[in-house]
Design a protein around this ligand. Sequence first.
Ligand code: SAM
Length: 326
Amino acid sequence: MVDIARPLFPWVGGKEKLAPYITQIFPPNVKQYLEPFGGSGSVLLSMAPVPGRLDIYNDLNAELSNLILCVKEKTNVLVKELRFLPIHSREVFDFYKDFLDHKEVTLRNIQEELEVLDDRTCFTAEQAAELRPILLERMELYDVQRAAAYYLRIRGSFNATTTSFAVKGMDLSRFLYLFFPAAERLRDVAIENKDAIQIIRERDGPNRLTYCDPPYFGAERSYDSRIAIKYHERLHRVLRNCQGPVVVSYNDHEYIRFLYKDFYILSFVRDNPMAKREGALYGELLMTNYDPTPFLADQLTLFSDLETEKLRLKLVHIPERAIITL
Ligand SMILES: C[S@@+](CC[C@H](N)C(=O)[O-])C[C@H]1O[C@@H](n2cnc3c(N)ncnc32)[C@H](O)[C@@H]1O
């Protein structure tokens, strides 16, 4: 299987290596593919586009979805911006962190300035017509600057957490070649910035596939949006009622196995990227609201025997009946 495009940056819980194993159980011929917890987009980027299928990327993190949107729609401007923004020191990293932290103020200012243009006691129609494109351009540029700053913040932080500065040399030009295939893959992808539950409710329907990769149970603090146990339960309730096929990723935890007992549950293990000890393994679960067994007959063998054995999906729970049939 050839990757269509690779993610542009590492991300906590990123699925780049696991993507082929996850997508092998996706039903084919769906008319929509939704990823409500998009992150670095590694799963979506690994999938070939299909004519007639609408692909949707969503993440609640506004900086992240702005970055993905700029990769898609302002690729060259963003790449240009990144070439001019080396980040080699703690001071520069902090500068970009501050820049992002004050985003609302600057954005609101431009928006308010645009509103003043419509006040005829301040500007004539001609003056407003002259000023509007200048302000709109500044606003657009601001999105790109924010995206570049956020990208640097991810690249400059420890384990891509965006909060702590990792002391490491960085030659960004090594990563710039990733931007163009990603932009090409994202060309017809809709980019959203909503709460996952909201977008699932809006977009679910027969023959519409939803792949959910929420913050893992117990690891919710790794992300800006702190979700609590109640959110995992609400998400399950919403997914349980979906009309379209649903696939969910989680860490292997007994509470998740219990919560998703009305789904099929598959388990596998992978190397633990966060562990300091070599050879440490991490248990993963994949839940489906449909019977995944037809997709398991020919499991992928991309790696050496040992690696393949670890990543082999094992059906560990069969519900009384499937929620939907394909
Ligand atoms: C495990 S990561 C997804 C990783 C992704 N599959 C990848 O390969 O990079 C979970 C993502 O969910 C996002 N998130 C957290 N709470 C959310 C919510 N309530 N709605 C939508 N996205 C949310 C986080 O910003 C994070 O990017």
